[in-house]
Design a protein around this ligand. Sequence first.
Ligand code: AHR
Length: 651
Amino acid sequence: MKELIFITIILMSQIVSAQTYNDSKMKLILDLRTKADRIQSTLYGLFIEDINLGVDGGLYPELVKNRSFDFPQSLMGWYTFGNVSVKNENPAFNQNPNYLEILPTGHWVKPSGIENEGFRGMGFKKDTNYNFTIWAKNLNRENQKIQIELINSHNDCIGKTELEITSSEWKKYDLPIKSTCEESKGKLRLFLISEGGIAIDHVSLFPSETFKNRKNGLRKDLVEALQDLKPGVFRFPGGCIVEGADIDTRYDWKKSIGSVENRPVNENRWHYTFHHRFTPDYYQTYGLGFYEYFVLSEDIGAEPLPVVSVGLACQHQNNKHVPLCDLEPFIQDALDLVEFANGDTTTRWGKERVKMGHSEPFNLKYIGIGNEQWGKEYTERLELFVKAFRKKCPDVKIIGSSGPWADGEDFDYLWPEMKRLKVDLVDEHYYKDPQWFLKNADRYDGYNRKGPAVFAGEYAAHATNGINNFQSALSEAAFMTGLERNADIVHMTAYAPLLAHVDGYQWRPDLIWFDNLRIVKTPNYYIQQLFSNNKGTHTASLKTEGKPVIGQQGVYASAVYDEIQCCYILKIVNTNPEKRTIEIELKGILKKSSVQTIQFATICNNPEVENTLDQPDRIIPQFTHQVIPGNEIILTTNPYSLTLYKVIISK
Ligand code: AHR
């Protein structure tokens, strides 16, 4: 006997509490006899960029800002006292040449030392160890001593230790410091407590608690939040930072590997892109570089998707480009990246990966060439990359760009060009208001099936003031039913941007917000999670009156089949302020014996409602389980809700 089990998952907002519900009925037909297309494992993915202090200051939890003194203002982030100066002769690291000389003041009550302010402060947890490392040497062949302190926002010392500098050559010292209190706006102080001089470089402080407890690894709560999304693909490292405001400041992956101490500091264009959100202390350390991005992709179970420069600077900012005749090194960099990811130890770049600790290949299958580029400048460069890749790395799928806009002249020029160049996927970006997302839920229904597939590589619904409210999330959910329905051509998608520090953001909305100690998942995060964790393996036909469900009576819906769980999963978005009763007819299934319901629900009275660091759980999915007997499937969706129904067929 076949048993159908319905599992209902609802993310809903009871926005209008005192409304009279107009409970109109709607009939949907889930036709199990129609031909299904396979859903790509990459359908729901992630896109990361170092914007909003998302990487330096966020996911990469180095607490010391400007740890190598190589920001253009070499003491940015530091306060010095006593006798301290910046030097660069005989440096410890040639690509980050600056270091500090700390000499005694000559008076024992007046020490020389430095303080670092961190990234909008430093977060310390109570009774937790922090890994302090420093490169140092004594300057007069005698052992010297420094005191290292964790300081809270009231200037109290909440953790300290001493270190003896025993070598007159550059040497790395490594020791733990325990914080005795919790503090989110702390700082680091160190000062000389002996009578000779020292030189110091690469002063670093990491939480000992990191993802998988890797030494100087990534911020645990943030990586776990990414993991919980079960992303199928991970696009990195940008975004506009791939391009750079100038060619020289593009993201050069080769500078982001090897020992962290010698990865040269690069500017981060987000420090000046928005003058209303100036972030002058924003630089890239590349501490989280390409090797770490590949490892992270592996950790979160996603296909890595690096994006490389096509030889054009950010076209929003200027028209600087590498002449075609000089493009070869850029193409070679991209080919070398494939070797770094997939090559064995007999290859130059494969050997580099193995040296860094990953003997197995990363199994790179995709590469993005250019971010938001447009015009002939782009296509004529891309063409050279495509030719080289087809010849040397024919198995790697190439992702081209359709420019920064969802439609218009550049978009209309680029799509046919992408077809001509036979790229495998085309990256589309759209940051629009929630209404646009509702109106465009049918965007891909009419797309030509004969060209490249679609990568909706950056999108987000921008509600007023860029708030991550429930309204924006629900409009994304409605749109995503269209992504899912068209999964035969839409192979990858990603919300953007991913991460934002509440005290250091440039761009909003963002999927996950954090401060130095806490994180908050937005309603948009939960929508992504609901779709991604229930994406199924095949498309399924769900219609009302013979048509896909795209806003009829304010309802948007899609269905998938999951061959592993042996179930159908229906996603129904009710954008009405009233509940809707929906009858589901199953064509192709003869008998059902029970319906099980799991409900994700939230209660609030305002579509503007958002989760905050202080109230992170205002809008969270809630599961309920219930068994509905009988043969009829009549479901009631709540006002302003996303409801997932799982129909499990037992064999
Ligand atoms: O996601 C933020 C920015 O938006 C990306 O860097 C860029 O690709 C787009 O313009």
